[in-house]
Write a protein that binds this ligand. Structure first.
Ligand code: GLU
Length: 464
């Protein structure tokens, strides 16, 4: 049997990180098994499922590389098919029209409440002849669910889970207005899409029993299930916005790389020994459902930052330059090419693309540079005198290499009886406007001679 998984989000306006993790696990499991991964948009709630909300899901999936292997399926386009299945079940005698009035349902609810039990439909139309139907009631269609015994599911994550069938009442398949319920739509879609493995949040575990009853009523194969524990905040409570329960777009805006977020989400609820940094190829090779943890995982932004730092260091310089240039907005070609040349040095320190962008800005700036307060503090009368000497030395250098620049700085420092740092730091301030930057000889090499001298002269007051 070839594995087919799916990610079936209901559009809410963004792809939240819990959903992204579910998508990732479905994608990985399909890849691991050499199967197929599909996306279905559960857009039957027309009020919420605006085109923008649907697009936000696709944008998030696209960014993470988790779009489906085939064109997405829209649940809203399949309502007739769902209704057809309900009618088929009625014909087979496995579902029935229920003409309960709102008053009768209210009475059932009251009764359950008085007995301290959850509301269960009492089956009043289960075996009644529709000829007894009252006038003026649009019937719903209910499944004839099993009354006795129990339903056991072997969940790939939760293990064996059992429910007494008494607890599952004859739930509704079609509403009075003929529209299918969520329970029906999901089962029909999963069946028609050939889904073999349903991997989703464990908030859907209870639904799985009802869904299994529906599959059996249709004589369809019940798919395998894997219900993944939800993500909690660092304090163990349900993940909220305060903890980082944001859309993946928010993580992109905060400067995280998609591969870092994927690696983080993978580890959040799944493990392979002590491995923290796991490439996509390794993840595909190692991913099994049995290694998904059974308890809720805790979201930890510091871990995500560390991973992001790692992936930034690994990332291609041209790609990072594009991201940085996007963030900087309108910069010159020269600025861009300096950033590209200096990227290897720049990327060693940054934890996010936002930080990388801030740290790259000096390459694209033009004189006079903006100075941080600390940098300004380094540019005293005394240090400026040394920088003037250095400027002359650099002007006369026959060859503009990192090594030659370093030698010149060392010589000037030695001659003035200064520790290297006492000259290198003011030089850094002059060239970058800051007290932190990549190696300063590298910076000067990247800036090239003319710009280096222009920046020095601007500080020394000898600019022409
Ligand atoms: N549409 C449901 C949700 O977004 C998921 C349904 C399912 O995976 O079966 O929570």
């Amino acid at each position: 049997m070839s594995v087919v998984t799916r990610f079936a989000p209901s559009p809410t306006g963004f792809l939240h990180i819990g959903g992204a993790r579910t998508a990732l696990y479905n994608w990985l499991y399909a890849r691991h098994m050499g199967g197929k991964y599909l996306v279905r948009i559960e857009d039957t709630d027309r009020a919420r499922s605006t085109p923008e909300a649907v697009q936000a899901i696709f944008d998030g999936l696209d960014w993470l590389g988790l779009l489906g292997d085939e064109e997405p399926v829209y649940q809203s386009a399949r309502l007739e098919r769902h209704a057809e299945v309900a009618h088929e079940l009625v014909k087979m005698g496995r579902a029935y029209f229920c003409y309960c009035t709102p008053e009768e349902l209210a009475a059932m609810r009251e009764e359950a409440k008085a007995a301290g039990k959850p509301m269960r439909y009492n089956g009043m139309w289960r075996d009644r002849d529709p000829s007894e139907a009252p006038a003026g009631v649009d019937p719903v269609v209910r499944l004839k669910a099993p009354l006795e015994g129990s339903t056991m599911l072997v969940d790939h994550v939760q293990g064996e889970v059992t429910v007494q069938n008494q607890q599952l009442d004859d739930f509704i398949l079609l509403r009075g207005d003929g529209t299918p319920t969520y329970m029906l739509s999901v089962v029909v879609d999963d069946h028609d899409m050939g889904i073999t493995h349903v991997l989703r949040g464990d908030d859907h575990l209870n639904n799985a029993f009802r869904q299994a009853a529906l599959y059996r009523a249709m004589d369809w194969d019940v798919p395998e299930f894997g219900h993944i524990p939800l993500i909690h905040g660092p304090d163990g409570s349900k993940l909220s916005k305060r903890h980082g329960a944001l859309g993946v777009d928010a993580y992109r805006d905060m400067g995280y790389l998609p591969e870092a977020l994927n690696n983080y989400l993978l580890r959040l609820g799944w493990g392979h020994g002590d491995n923290e940094i796991i490439s996509s190829a390794q993840a595909i090779e190692w991913f099994t459902l049995e290694a998904v943890g059974r308890s809720p995982s805790r979201f930890d932004l510091a871990k995500l930052e560390n991973l992001n730092g790692h992936y930034i260091r690994e990332a291609d310089d041209a790609r990072l330059t594009d991201l940085v240039v996007d963030g900087l907005g309108d910069i010159s070609e020269v600025g861009r090419s300096r950033i590209l040349k200096g990227m290897n040095g720049l990327k060693q320190r940054a934890k996010t693309i936002v930080e990388l962008t801030e740290n790259s800005a000096f390459y694209a700036a033009s004189v006079p540079l903006p100075f941080t307060e600390k940098a300004n503090g380094l540019l005293t009368e005394e240090t400026i005198e040394h920088l003037k000497t250095l400027t002359q030395r650099l002007e006369a250098l026959p060859d503009w290499s990192e090594e030659a620049i370093e030698n010149a700085v060392r010589e000037v420092a030695e001659e003035a009886d200064l520790k290297l740092g006492k000259l290198a730091q003011p030089l850094r301030a002059a060239l970058t406007g800051s007290t932190v930057s990549p190696g300063i000889f590298e910076v000067a090499a990247v800036l090239e001679r003319a710009e280096t001298l222009a920046r020095l002269k601007a500080v020394c007051g000898t600019a022409q």
